[in-house]
Design a protein around this ligand. Structure first.
Ligand code: KIV
Ligand code: ZN
Length: 523
């Protein structure tokens, strides 16, 4: 008899990577992304070798529906997945959104723990059991690739969990995900739970078992790997570990743990680990969620050796203190790139090396900015180029553009900003004061382009070391329940601040247009 896809996966040593940065990751408060940003992330994940991309929760909003629809169109290799609760409307909405996907998957879920069934769903276990069957059956009418999750599985009674898993597989689920929704479990317990399901559910071999661990106790990656050790062959995770509350298992931790400790965990993933740093940087910059300095794999200090003893060891042999190379996760050591004498050709090559695929005009604009930067700054590093190009992309096409800025600041207030903006092709100028230079700039923008958006986050980070470093500013604005993030980079932090605020406003203008009644119609 021929094996099903699930049986093949179960018999092998491949661990499927299911990335939920665009769904569970985006659920982190403040981590919302625009459609364009989601497409950028999806394309990168696809290129990186992620097996399944959970693109959103189509019933949640028209924006989510549209993102799943658009991600479905651009993803070439990975399965594209949409989340749905157990109701018919949810499932049909997910099915509709995924119509354009080469390989669609519907992921449907319902809570199974006593506390969730009683207080959240207010349903009896027998009704939940019936809903498992009807939801999976309905999803199977759309696609034969259906994943089912018992939400809060780690606090679910085992007999009931087994009964629901068996029913879901019988109804046609091909992946069974076991969420540790509240980040409560510990590795030995989670591993035993997966082993228990494998030994007690009679049809379990017909589905791939998946892990989905939250990080409330800092154990998400360890729990996921314990699941793999006991037979799970799919891991759900996010870039930089973003997600609800303390986040989800971090993709980079799972992938590198499996790669570096293949001796202890003999499994493979299809991830091109050299793309990890790029993915981390992209997700951090589009969400304005900084990466913790000492974050495993992608933190700024993950490969830094400060103490004399360590540095001495490293000089003698890198293996003394390094269990993996920075290059293996895409951090290049030769990060000093170019100076003011570097030409267009070298610049274009550098952009390609950094993973950018820009059109001719965008390359020209970025090259001009690079030349200006090289005039101001002694050394131009890879990170400078990344910040500069991201700034160019963020500044892009909007109705507003920063033309010029002069700021007066110091111990004698009030601080003052003289700003000129291009507003839909018209030059407008004003001088405004404020409680500090940043406040003065933002007030000036408000006078030239009145709006009601609230500033939720203002964050500056130095792109490289040194007092001549570019400042990269992130600004998060919120208006009528819509949240956007803007960013700007410049050696002058005030200019970067103006650019970041303007880039956020440009995105808000696009969102406002999209939420006009016409734009809400989805085909
Ligand atoms: O954490 C969780 O339980 C979830 C489910 C929707 C899979 O994200
Ligand atoms: Zn989750």
């Amino acid at each position: 008899m021929t094996q099903t896809a699930a049986e093949k996966v179960n018999a092998g040593k491949d661990v499927l990577i299911f990335d939920t940065t665009l769904r569970d990751g985006e659920q982190s408060p403040g981590a919302s992304m625009t459609l364009e940003e989601k497409l950028q992330v999806a394309e990168l994940l696809d290129e990186m070798g992620v097996n399944i991309i959970e693109a959103g929760f189509p019933i949640a909003s028209n924006g989510d529906f549209e993102s799943v629809q658009e991600v479905s169109k651009v993803v070439e290799r990975a399965v594209v997945c949409g989340l749905a609760r157990a109701g018919e409307k949810d499932i049909d909405r997910a099915g509709e959104a995924l119509k354009g996907a080469r390989q669609p998957r519907i992921h449907t879920f319902i809570s199974t723990s006593p506390v969730h069934m009683k207080h959240k769903l207010q349903m009896d276990p027998s009704d939940v059991h019936a809903a498992v069957i009807s939801s999976v059956t309905r999803a199977r009418n759309w696609t034969d690739n259906v994943e089912w999750s018992p939400e809060d599985a780690t606090r679910t009674e085992h007999d009931f969990l087994c009964a629901c898993v068996e029913a879901a597989i019988k109804a046609g689920a091909t992946t069974i995900n076991i969420p540790d929704t509240v980040g409560y479990t510990v590795p030995q317990e989670y591993g035993a739970l997966i082993a228990m399901l494998r030994s007690r559910v009679p049809n379990i071999d017909k589905a791939v078992i998946s892990t989905h661990c939250h990080n409330d106790l800092g154990l998400a990656a360890a729990n996921s790997l314990a699941g793999v050790a006991h037979g799970a062959r799919q891991v759900e995770c996010t870039i930089n570990g973003i997600g609800e509350r303390a986040g989800n298992a971090a993709l980079e931790e799972i992938v590198m743990a499996l790669k570096v400790r293949r001796d202890a965990m003999p499994f493979e993933t299809s991830i091109k680990s050299e793309m990890i740093a790029r993915g981390s940087k992209l997700v951090s910059s589009v969400t304005a969620f900084p990466v913790q300095y000492n974050k495993a794999i992608v933190g700024q200090n993950a490969f830094a050796h400060e103490s004399g003893i360590h540095q001495d060891g490293m000089l003698k042999n890198t293996q003394t203190y390094e269990i993996m190379t920075p290059e293996s996760v895409g951090i290049s050591k030769s990060s000093l790139v170019m100076g003011k004498h570097s030409g267009r050709h070298a610049f274009r090559n550098k952009l390609e090396e950094l993973g950018y695929d820009l059109g001719q005009n965008a390359v020209e604009d970025a090259f001009r900015r690079f030349k200006d930067l090289a005039d101001k700054k002694k050394h131009v590093f890879d990170d400078d180029i990344v910040a500069l190009v991201d700034d160019e992309i963020a500044g892009g096409e909007g109705v507003l553009k920063v033309v010029s800025l002069k700021v007066v600041c110091g111990t004698e207030g009030p601080q003052e900003a003289s700003l000129s903006l291009d507003v839909s092709g018209e030059r407008k100028s004003v001088t405004a004061t404020g409680d500090g230079p940043v406040d003065a700039i933002f007030n000036a923008i408000g006078e030239l382009f009145p709006h009601t958006a609230d500033l939720q986050l203002y964050q500056v980070h130095a792109v490289t070391e040194g007092t001549d470093a570019q400042g990269e500013v992130s600004v998060r604005l919120s208006e009528g329940g819509k949240t956007v993030t803007g960013r700007g980079a410049d050696t002058d932090t005030m200019v970067a601040s103006a650019r970041a605020y303007v880039s956020a406003l440009n995105k808000l203008v696009v969102k406002r247009r999209k939420s006009a009644p016409e734009a809400l119609k989805v085909s």
